[in-house]
Design a binder for this molecule. Structure first.
Ligand code: NAD
Length: 408
């Protein structure tokens, strides 16, 4: 593979996402937005508050363990994912990439990462010749996923990419195409697919444990503290798209699909953005959507950055109701079935989802086993997100094709 060639072409392709994002959001692509989207850059940030670094570096479990380079040493990487490599059977942290040299040194020392396996954003391209690195785990702000996934493919590495896969379906399509051309694998880090309660819920619903699914109701929300787009990438359209839907609501959207086992045929949605609130100068505060499935099942999904915390899913069938609350948290999942076969389910430790996800991708790389949450799933979800925004902008229902793209 010629890394340079793929890299140049792919950058041009990814750059085209700006207009797609603004159009999908139903907002006019003013010069400010287009410019902001084109100029978003990976930039070092300070160490997040409350990070506990390991006292001793975790040991590798398997001789054929897959080496990951972690890019984006932020809250999620440092507090959730990186500590969980210790529980993985076949994945280890081989390298780090950061724009903050102090943080890189501190985290590198704690995790036992050799100095010559600590990269900056500027020298990222050098990972191409680092044989210790098999895969890159992209944990950057969402608006940077596409660019850095493409760079990782150009360096000949496999990619595990955080959700949302990117900020537009066009970016997702390019990521998939570039990965294919490079002959490398792409997985989206949809951890709930590896969480025991969510796995059981999929099984129960597919077996008709609540009868035929009729209604699904899901909310993901929290109240964002005072901030501005400059201070917080989650408030910046260029880095976060429309906001809570891409960040939190995507879990409810995912659940609606994996619990009904169907793709929606129609979507209608509405959005809210208060005037004069700096948190919502560029993103929506709340998004509510309704999906109708071919079976007649209906899903009502709501997500917000401006209401008290919630993370639940309820599936009402013809003979019972499955209640998951919390549904897709890092831990503490609770699940019960009400109705004829009513009971509570304790499926074991939800935090196994983190290592489970890592081992799943490691197995796919080593054994060529199928990926449960491939790039195509991330693309499907971005198409649906675009349809939700398009529906809100047009104030009408949007009919969908089977792949989630808009029909009308
Ligand atoms: P964060 O702000 O805590 O960390 C982001 C990190 O990216 C920063 O610390 C910095 O190291 C790096 N970065 C590079 N360029 C940056 C820039 N221009 N602006 C800001 N940071 C920049 O964010 P996070 O909560 O760790 O989220 C990172 C990604 O992980 C997002 O895509 C998010 O959606 C995803 N995430 C997933 C889950 C999950 O449960 N799967 C949970 C949280 C976050």
């Amino acid at each position: 593979m010629n890394g340079q060639r793929i890299s140049r072409r792919s950058f041009l392709e990814v750059g085209g996402g700006a207009t797609a994002v603004s159009l999908a959001l139903g907002l006019s692509a003013g010069p400010g937005l287009a410019q902001a989207r084109a100029t978003v850059r990976a930039a070092g940030q300070k160490m997040p508050n409350g990070v506990e670094l390991p006292e001793s570096p975790p040991a590798r479990r398997a001789a054929d363990s897959v080496g990951f380079a972690i890019i984006g040493l932020g809250d999620y990487a440092l507090k959730q994912m990186m500590p969980r490599f210790a529980q993985s059977k076949r994945a280890h942290i081989a390298a780090l990439v950061s724009g903050n040299a102090d943080k890189l040194g501190q985290v590198g020392d704690a995790y036992g990462i050799p100095r010559n396996a600590r990269y900056s954003y500027d020298d990222f391209g050098k990972i191409a010749s680092d044989r210790r690195i098999d895969a890159v785990y992209v944990v950057l702000p969402s608006g940077l996923h596409a660019e850095w996934a493409v760079r990782a493919f150009a360096a000949g590495k496999h990619v595990l990419c955080e959700k949302p896969m990117a900020l537009s379906s066009a970016e997702c399509e390019r990521m998939i195409a570039v990965g294919r051309r490079a002959g490398r694998k792409l997985m989206i880090a949809y951890r709930s697919h590896f969480e025991p309660h969510n796995r059981k819920a999929m099984e129960l619903m597919s077996q008709g444990a609540a009868g035929r699914v009729r209604m699904l109701h899901s909310v993901q929300s929290y109240r964002m503290g005072p901030t501005t787009p400059r201070e917080n990438w989650r408030a910046s359209r260029a880095l976060a798209g429309g906001g809570p839907l891409e960040d939190l609501g995507i879990y409810g959207l995912q659940a609606a699909l994996y619990l009904t086992g169907e793709m929606p045929e129609t979507v209608s949605a509405t959005v809210f953005r208060p005037e004069g609130d700096p948190r919502f100068a560029e993103i929506y505060a709340s998004v509510a959507s309704q999906l109708r499935f071919p079976s007649g099942a209906m899903a009502q999904l709501a997500t917000s950055y401006d209401s008290a915390g919630a993370n639940f899913a309820e599936v009402r069938g013809t003979s019972g109701t499955l209640i998951m609350d919390p549904a897709t948290n890092y831990s503490g999942q609770k699940m019960r079935l009400e109705g004829r076969d009513g009971r509570a389910f304790d499926m074991g430790d939800p935090t196994l989802q983190f290592a489970g996800q890592l081992d799943h991708f490691a197995n796919a790389i080593r054994d060529n086993s199928p990926i449960r949450t491939p790039g195509e799933m991330g693309l499907r979800d971005l198409r649906l997100i675009e349809a939700i925004y398009a529906s809100a902008a047009a104030n009408r229902a949007i009919r969908l094709n089977g792949d989630g793209s808009m029909r009308s």
